[in-house]
Design a protein. Structure first.
Length: 349
């Protein structure tokens, strides 16, 4: 792997006490190019612009995908990366569906580790903060014929971040717009999934909501995701989350929370279809104890309000409830406070 170090660091320009999510980037980035049917040798170099012409394939046809993951400052002063092997697998799931070349998983893991080592000083030390890692891939041929790109570029950039959401998270159940449909690309992290969601999300924000709850494309009866997060509910003595499908992203945070919940044994864990009607009935009857989003950026975000057909319904957000207990347990593993019996952390010396 070729490595070219930056001549000077920009870390002095960063106010680590007032981080705005995903707006400041560390000193280095990884770049790797796919040409003639093979990936070339990756290069780590100073963060900066990449030059292309207006004929860049991905600008016209959207062959673009990404991942989101984090590195954490641990209590013993070392840095740990969370479940990067799962991100490598999910990136390649997206690549297959988007008809893009898979990126070698070993190279993905090795590249992230080397990049984080070089920019280790950029990992925030404050609890609840982390170094956000953004691997992404795009079609980098330069032609406007409507066919797949022949060349691709894989990159990793990194950004020190704090909490994604601050304050109450208010969501609106969406019954007009659709995030994904069966047979589509809803289970991938392709760029269009997110770009296509901005309009509906902005309409909800005009009404005072933080995010929307996506429902199924056929009848809008089934709960699917909440904005950029998977979603879960505590109803009676059960933790319920929608099952994965080709419409729902296989969240790594979701998978981790399910593992902790099953091992904890405090609640029944159910991965099953859940109707809007069931959630609203449980809410009105006082049986909906908690609702929260799960994702890399947000980690665990308690939902305080659900908007449905013009009416808002309040939900408890207990500091000692299931959501916060799971978040604390996950944080303790990531920070090295609690034993990592699942081998989720890759520790960098």
């Amino acid at each position: 792997m070729n490595i070219t170090k930056a001549k000077s660091s920009r870390i002095g320009d960063v106010d680590f006490d007032n981080l705005i999510f995903g707006t400041q980037f560390s000193d280095h980035m990884l770049v790797c190019t796919y040409k003639d049917g093979a990936w070339e040798e990756p290069e780590i170099k100073p963060y900066g612009p990449i030059s292309f012409t207006p004929a860049l394939h991905t600008l016209h046809y959207g062959q673009a995908l990404f991942e989101g993951q984090k590195a954490y400052y641990m209590q013993d002063g070392r840095v740990g990366i969370f479940r990067e092997d799962m991100n490598a697998k999910r990136l390649n799931h997206s690549a297959r569906r988007m008809f893009m070349p898979e990126f070698p998983e070993e190279l993905f893991v090795e590249g992230i580790a080397e990049l984080v080592k070089i920019d280790k000083a950029w990992v925030p030390k404050k609890k609840g903060h982390s170094l956000y890692l953004r691997p992404f891939m795009f079609g980098s041929s330069e032609f406007v014929a409507a066919r797949p790109s022949e060349e691709y570029t894989f990159c990793i950039i990194m950004s020190p971040v704090g909490p994604y959401y601050s304050g109450d998270v208010k969501v609106k159940i969406e019954e007009t717009y659709t995030r994904s449909a069966s047979g589509g690309v809803g289970s991938t992290k392709c760029a269009g999934n997110y770009g296509g969601a901005f309009y509906a999300t902005n309409e909800a924000k005009k009404e005072g909501y933080t995010q929307i709850v996506w429902t199924d494309h056929k009848s809008h009866e089934l709960i699917e995701e909440s904005g950029t997060m998977n979603i879960g509910f505590v109803i009676d003595d059960s933790f319920i989350t929608p099952p994965l499908s080709d419409r729902i992203l296989a969240g790594i945070t979701r998978d981790s929370i399910l593992t902790l919940a099953k091992d904890g044994g405090k609640l029944k864990v159910e991965e099953r279809p859940i109707k809007v009607e069931e959630v609203m009935t449980a809410l009105k009857e006082g049986r909906l104890k908690e609702a929260f989003g799960m994702g890399t950026a947000a980690v665990v975000s308690q939902i305080s309000t659900i908007g449905f057909r013009g009416e808002d319904f309040e939900i408890e957000t207990p500091a000692d409830g299931f959501a916060m207990a799971i978040k604390e347990e996950l944080t303790a593993i990531r920070m090295g406070v609690k034993e990592d019996k699942y081998n989720w952390m890759t520790i960098l010396d």
